[in-house]
Design a protein around this ligand. Sequence first.
Ligand code: FUB
Ligand code: ZN
Length: 604
Amino acid sequence: MKKYQGISYKNVHITDGFWKNRQTINAEVTSHAVYNRFADSHRFEALDCSWKEGMNYTPHIFWDSDVAKWIEGAAYIIAKNHDTQLEQLCENAIDMIVENQTKEGYFNSYFLVMRQSERFKHRGYHELYCAGHLIEAACAYYEATGKDKFLRAMCKYADYIYDTFYVYQTASFTTCGHPEIELALVKLYDTVGDEKYLQLSKFFLDKHGNNTKDTYTNKYHAQDQLPLTEQHTAEGHCVRAMYLYSAMADIARHYDSDAYLEACRAIYDDAVNKKMYITGGIGSTKMGEAFATDYFLPNDVAYTETCAAISLTMFCKRMQLLSADSRFADTVERVIYNGFLSGVSLDGKSFFYENPLEIDPYFANVNTASEQKRHMPIMQRVELFSCSCCPPNVLRFIASIEELMYTYDEHTLFVHQFMNSEAAIQQSVIRQTTDYPADGSLKITVEGTDFAQIAVRIPGWCTGFTADKPYTLENGYAYFAAEGEINLNFDMKVQLYEANAAVQNNAGCVAVARGPVVYCLEEADNGKHLRSLGISSQAAFSLEENDGYKVPVLLTQGLRKKEQEGLYRVYSRECEQVTLRFIPYFAFANRGVSEMLVWTRVMD
Ligand code: FUB
Ligand code: ZN
């Protein structure tokens, strides 16, 4: 099986530009904003396991995972910024976890106080999910600081899980209700090298859809309709699915399993070609927070959880380690500049859980006949949700985004994402100088002789590019001799996209994109009734710099249908000329409640 190496975020320094700005906000604002809201809501206090009836909070089944993701994100920041205040906050939380861990190694702040005697009896109660996030956090904290107290504690917990689920099989269920432990065990194996963790991860995967103990009301929701190697479609709860598929890709790599790899490839194709929004959002329905049927991609009620967007990149990152095919990095790019980034406000303090592609405050505020069935996402980001999985996921994702940039083998360094940066990979130093995604020019310099060639992804959206060195093209990458400097320029013209006719809501509409960035109309710029606006299929755009967005705003001449009085009238072409102002989708809802629209009507 062909395999590639990934890199650690620690090997790359983002020096300037779009992601430097985002990482600075993430480190300086988001880390504290999430910490403070988690502290206010007693999530840290709960780790102390001293909750008693009558106290002003009630422990929750997955608060541990929230805190763990925060520690993981903080660890990535500490590694780069040596932030001693953040480190102390981590230490405080870690101390509480370690002190309250049982002698067998078990830790769960909910079960330890609320359901002492019910340990590993409820598949749906997120125990292994929390354990997985704690394990990931412990690995990250160890890698960031070199301190191993947390890691040792979580190895002990993993050993306990190994005995309970694999050796003695005394738990009341076999596989994790919310996948996460499977990929965490692989990370633990990668960190400490003990093969039992890998074995346990594979055991959990092999038992999916393949054991007699676990029961469900909906097997598809739990990705348990078939053994995983026989699954070829993306199904069920979206975040759970993508975490599970990520572990499948890990296991395919570690065990040279073609069966797992083939399943991953088929599932990827299904998810991306039939179930993904143009923004990279996945999981279109609130019912079960799930993948829906093919092409069901409603815009206003899109569920598209921020965690789901992140989980798609997690899967793609692992698939990048198994093939040199730019489709995976193209999808990562689609997600990071759109459906993921919309999840956090420009100031880094507040978050969307759901990322719709259309907002109409009128319909969001009135009762519709189908109100019970219809779920309108909120229109403004908030600092905390009762189910607040997304904010710390944003934190850890942005703080380690460098890991999506490169893979390599013995000959070739692959450049997947473009960020102003300096990387040390093997003995080589790779520098990228770019204003991407504001601009399509990219300079890459390589110092060192580790790689014979450098393969630069030619983005899927790019219809023309120039390079100042000879290259050959294969599977979406331009292969250059890895010496000196390479200058590329991706033609970043504005492009209009149409959806497959099977997507009900997008007929007669286009989405505007420039490079990887999808744009939208907002009421704040274009007035009310965005659906009465029309764009020409031949529209010419001008660009307006915007320091807040770090990518330009797009302006074009369009039309506004003349308002009509009654409900119906004989069709009229009467329109007025207007200037349409498109802002990047990721920036919507940063100026108060406003209509928003991605798919804009074509009027020629
Ligand atoms: O259940 C834990 C997390 O909360 C999931 O990953 C999200 O989808 C949300 O349900
Ligand atoms: Zn979430």
